[in-house]
Write a protein that binds this ligand. Structure first.
Ligand SMILES: [Zn+2]
Length: 491
């Protein structure tokens, strides 16, 4: 059943704090944003829309462009949280070597559907589906079907970890698939990694990408998987350009960063991922010194959230953490941090747009595509006071504060609820995928996969030379108890 709000010819956000994400990172207080059709018509004070305009009270809230996630393995979403304690090695074993091939087209469809709604719910209006589980063209069809069924903006980065990129890009079936489905999504990329093999077998895949007119997105600088050799091979061969997206780019030399900067590519930083999985230290502290454009991404919900508020928060924290650490190593104190809250909000919006080679999204200005997010939560004590809007978005806000979301001028979330989603159906589909994987894996492998072994060395608590008191058995400690009088209530 279509929601009444989806048919409004225009939407007017009234009286919000607007972050237009212009070059100056302006803050416009008590400002209206008028959307007509699929575009932002006006940003200003005292605006009015045509008859039938849906007016949304934005007072006390923040109006900002929809966020852009430049790297998410959406097909993995039905395994939400399963790999919470994994390392990258365990991820590779599970998805690349053992269980990834068990995903049927309907499982890809389910993961994508779930992930697509998850994006919209969190104000992520554009998501790059880094879809490397497309073992057959049917899997690709299922991925597109799911994304096309959800009213978000999606870029399919086509990939297949079950074959070499020089193999699957040579498949004539891929060409006809692209011919058939290319118009169904916002954009397309090819997704594959460059191992650093001196024979450079990925050259054929780069040539296919060039032939198809598609940008390449690649996991680069991933500890133990991809390194400087891959960057050198692709830059020397002339395949690196401003459309190239380097995901993680965490374990790289200065030379590689120079090469990326000189060829105009951008880095997609997945801080939650890099912090847990071990690709390398989240690299913004390096790449910002090379003036390499940055976008943010969430990687996969098998481990982490799919929430760019978290990406902004962890990225700011990781960058500052490193800056302090580097300074302390030389006895210095950081008194003014370099990375500011407004910069991570920029990366989460226009940084993503730039990585996709467009400026029609990621900003709020007349003529821009109407992908708009209103953060407003009247039920939350965290929604006020709104003193520093960029700081508020980066450190205070969360997905539950996403009140209204527009994609292409259409209301996809309103008053805190997704419009047109069938959660019961999504839940059934997710359960079917889980049931399938669990049964083909077997119960033992399923349980072992979710509970990686604890390394032995960590079992031991270090010897302590100080033994002032044994607090574990010291009954006098009860005197300091917050739970009442000493000894009271004890039998
Ligand atoms: Zn990834």
């Amino acid at each position: 059943m279509p929601h009444e709000t989806t048919d409004a010819p225009a939407v007017l956000f009234r009286g919000g704090t607007v972050l237009p994400m212009d070059d100056a990172h302006s803050v416009l207080t008590d400002t209206d944003v008028l959307v007509v059709g699929d575009r932002v018509a006006e940003v200003g004070a005292g605006l009015s829309g045509p008859d039938g305009t849906l007016e949304v009270d934005a007072s006390g809230g923040v109006v900002m462009p929809g966020m852009v996630d430049t790297h998410r393995h959406m097909w993995q979403t039905a395994m939400r949280g399963y790999g919470a304690d994994w390392t990258l090695t365990q991820y590779f074993v599970w998805y690349y070597l053992e269980s990834g091939r068990h995903f049927r087209p309907e499982d890809i469809h389910t993961g994508n559907l779930l992930s697509a709604w998850e994006s919209l719910e969190a104000g992520v209006t554009t998501t790059v589906d880094w879809s490397h589980g497309l073992q057959t063209i049917d899997h690709g069809e299922a991925a597109v079907d799911a994304l096309a069924a959800v009213p978000g903006r999606f870029v399919l980065a086509y990939g297949n970890i079950q074959a070499g990129p020089w193999e699957w890009t040579a498949d004539p079936g891929l060409r006809s698939f692209l011919d058939r489905r290319r118009g169904d999504l916002y954009g397309w990329q090819l997704a594959f990694d460059v191992t650093g093999d001196p024979a450079f077998p990925e050259k054929a895949a780069f040539e296919a990408a060039r032939d198809l007119g598609l940008p390449v997105t690649t996991h680069a600088g991933v500890w133990g998987a991809t390194n400087d050799d891959g960057i050198r091979l692709m830059t020397d061969a002339g395949f690196a350009d401003e459309s190239t997206v380097y995901v993680h780019a965490a374990t790289l030399s200065q030379d590689s960063y120079h090469r990326i900067a000189a060829t105009g590519g951008s880095v997609s930083v997945s801080t939650e991922s890099e912090q847990s999985a071990g690709q390398g230290y989240p690299p913004t502290w390096q790449v910002r010194r090379h003036d390499i454009p940055v976008s943010l991404s969430m990687d996969t919900s098998v481990w982490w959230s799919g929430d760019l508020f978290s990406a902004m928060r962890t990225t700011l924290g990781a960058d500052r953490s490193r800056e302090h650490l580097e300074a302390h190593a030389t006895g210095d104190t950081v008194t003014n941090v370099h990375l500011r809250a407004e910069q991570v909000v920029d990366w989460a919006t226009r940084g993503g747009a730039r990585a996709l080679g467009t400026d029609e999204i990621g900003r709020l200005a007349p003529g821009a595509k109407a992908d708009v997010v209103l953060l407003r939560n009247d039920r939350s004590p965290v929604s006020f006071p709104l003193l520093n809007p960029y700081g508020h978005v980066a450190f205070q806000a969360q997905r539950g504060d996403v009140h209204t979301v527009l994609v292409d001028g259409k209301v996809v979330k309103h008053d805190g609820a997704l419009v047109g989603v069938d959660l019961a159906d999504l839940r059934r589909r997710a359960e079917a995928t889980v049931d399938h994987l669990r049964s083909v894996m077997g119960e033992e492998a399923w349980t072992a996969g979710m509970n990686p072994a604890m390394p032995d060395a960590d079992d031991k608590v270090l010897d302590n030379p100080y033994q002032y008191t044994d607090f574990r058995t010291d009954t006098t400690l009860a005197r300091g108890s917050i739970f009442g009088e000493p000894g009271a209530g004890e039998a």
